[in-house]
Design a binder for this molecule. Structure first.
Ligand SMILES: Cc1cc2nc3c(=O)[nH]c(=O)nc-3n(C[C@H](O)[C@H](O)[C@H](O)COP(=O)(O)OP(=O)(O)OC[C@H]3O[C@@H](n4cnc5c(N)ncnc54)[C@H](O)[C@@H]3O)c2cc1C
Length: 527
């Protein structure tokens, strides 16, 4: 029986491929497969597609369309955009980052971006010499070489570890990124605590780990943060993350895929050749049959669907806050224009020592005393996400991503802990502002401040992310390991593949696992 809201492709009662989940990766897979002539059904549990890559108007009566969860793009290969003919653009940010601090009792900060000479001068002003800037250039030249060589492999069959090492062709870079805890390189290269912290943050986004964690989870996170596009640049999706999802959904539909929202898969039965996917809607239950099943939902959800043992969970550790401001706040550091400071990644309480302390406190079961976070203002680079009236009045969006607050800290009382953490996080920001952020917040139609905060448990509830992990599971090395198949999407069932962030080389808004699962199906050549 087919879902009631749709019709089967002409002449068939079943599909070549059923995709469980209409996140951006499920849509990438759907678009590739439908364009290759396969009949495709996407089952999405929510009433909209996109998963964690969506834009919404979260504040009642306010015409501001925010990237609600993910907000910057780096890992999406241009090849996917061009293969699928997506009407989707990225815009570079004028400033890479700003980090406020206090030195010798005076507010100051480090502005990275705006050209080489300006960045060099900013480092010299903060640290008193060119040493840290030269170290910065050397370090990012190393990661840049790795990026150029590793990024193109993400959409190819999974290389062996040795093949990837040969491709990197730089033993120092290999040791630095793939073998030694990233804390070693950060401490070897840099001596300034603030500079060390700025570098380390890329290893901690969505990953609860210390700089010296022997698991190297922080290295994998760092790697995915510096290889995107072969440069590691993080760009602004024009129109917000929802513009990407909309373009992908359009491409999938135009090629003939059926997107069924409000359809939650509840069971997958397979003999390795044919599969049936049972699903639930508001009106009842149904079953769709297919040659292949692609699962965009998490590995945990996949195990629940097939009745297999779930993999070891890796909880998320972030606070996500969306805000709308009537104006950008003034800074204590008057040498920087807020329109530049907020255009890049604005680091708060992310000194190297602060990050280590926050991690240690959270690992001991307490909220960090000075919660680290980073913020960025989308509307400075892409004003089109605001209605014309708000844009004309100088309103701006602000996105905050907090680190080192694992899901377990919220288990006792999610609401109270969310409020406590939010207050502590905003106090860290306020310490660098010449006026409290609260004074700058816009109000919605009911007079409430335009601010929404989401903990890992909220994200688990809203999006089905296991433990609120933004990458579905701990990120993997981008090479073969024991048990990984040709594309890194294979499962123990021959005709069931992962096509989401939980696949090898998944995580982030990349479309990579969606592309790779589609390639695996097309290579099988049988539907
Ligand atoms: C707060 C936050 C900030 C982030 N920031 C960034 C960022 O700036 N840049 C970046 O690159 N990445 C970022 N990420 C990570 C990135 O968003 C995710 O890794 C990526 O979106 C995962 O995409 P996906 O399609 O694989 O999975 P998801 O987006 O998780 O989509 C999975 C889909 O499957 C559906 N589903 C689940 N179970 C079922 C079922 N049983 N039946 C039917 N449907 C089901 C879900 O509803 C969902 O729509 C962020 C994530 C979060 C949460």
């Amino acid at each position: 029986m087919l879902p009631r809201t749709m019709t089967a492709p002409e002449g068939t009662g079943t599909y070549d491929v059923v995709i469980v989940g209409g996140g951006h990766n499920g849509l990438v897979a759907a678009a590739y497969l439908a364009r290759a002539g396969r009949s495709v059904l996407v089952l999405e549990r929510l009433d909209h597609t996109g998963g964690a890559a969506v834009s919404t108007r979260p504040f009642a009566g306010v015409d501001a369309r925010l990237s609600r969860y993910s907000y910057l793009v780096s890992l999406l290969p241009g090849k996917i955009v061009s293969d699928l003919g997506l009407d989707f653009r990225l815009r570079t940010r004028s400033i890479s980052s700003y980090t406020p601090t206090v030195r010798d009792g005076r507010p100051t900060g480090l502005l990275v971006g705006g050209g080489e000479e300006r960045t060099r001068a900013a480092f010299a002003r903060l640290t008193g010499s060119d040493r840290e800037y030269e170290a910065w250039r050397r370090f990012y030249a190393l990661t840049g070489r790795v990026a150029e060589r590793v990024f193109p492999t993400l959409t190819e069959p999974l290389p062996t570890r040795e093949a990837l090492r040969r491709a990197v062709d730089d033993e120092t870079a290999w040791r630095t990124l793939f073998e030694e805890p990233i804390g070693v390189a950060v401490e070897d290269h840099f001596s300034d605590d603030l500079v060390r912290g700025v570098v380390l943050t890329d290893a901690l986004i969505g990953t609860f780990a210390d700089a010296h964690d022997p698991s190297l989870a922080q290295n994998r996170c760092f790697l995915y943060h510096v290889i995107g596009g072969g440069t590691g640049a993080w760009d602004v999706p024009v129109g917000g993350m929802g513009a990407l999802t909309d373009a992908l959904a359009d491409a999938a539909r135009a090629a003939g895929a059926v997107l069924a929202t409000g359809h939650e898969a509840i069971r997958v039965d397979t003999d390795g050749r044919r599969a049936e996917v049972a699903y639930r809607t508001a009106d009842g239950e149904g079953v769709a049959a297919a040659r292949h099943v692609l699962v965009n939902a998490s590995p945990q959800a996949l195990a629940a669907l097939t009745g297999d043992t779930p993999p070891h969970p890796a909880e998320g550790a972030q606070l996500k806050v969306n805000m709308l401001l009537e104006r950008l706040p003034r800074l204590r550091d008057t040498s920087v224009d807020p329109r530049e400071a907020f255009a890049g990644t604005f680091h708060i309480a992310e000194g190297y020592g602060q990050l280590a302390a926050a991690h240690a406190q959270a690992a001991a079961g307490k909220l960090p005393e000075a919660p680290p976070s980073e913020i960025y203002c989308h509307s400075l680079t892409d004003p089109g996400i605001l209605g014309p009236d708000l844009a004309a009045r100088g309103f701006h969006t602000l996105t905050l991503f907090g680190l080192h607050t694992p899901a377990r800290l919220f288990e006792q009382d999610n609401d109270a802990t969310r409020e406590q953490l939010l207050a502590a996080t905003l106090a860290q920001l306020d310490a660098h502002l010449a006026e409290p952020l609260a004074d700058c917040l816009a109000r919605d139609a009911d007079g409430r401040p335009c601010l929404e905060a989401r903990t890992p448990l909220d994200l688990e509830h809203d999006l089905g992310l296991p433990g609120g992990n933004i990458f579905h599971r701990e990120l993997s090395w981008p090479h073969a390991q024991e048990g990984t198949g040709r594309w890194g999407v294979e499962t123990r069932h021959a005709n069931v593949l992962l096509c989401g962030a939980g696949a090898v080389r998944g995580g982030g808004v990349s479309g990579v696992p969606g592309h790779n699962a589609a390639m695996a199906v097309l290579e099988a050549g049988d539907g």
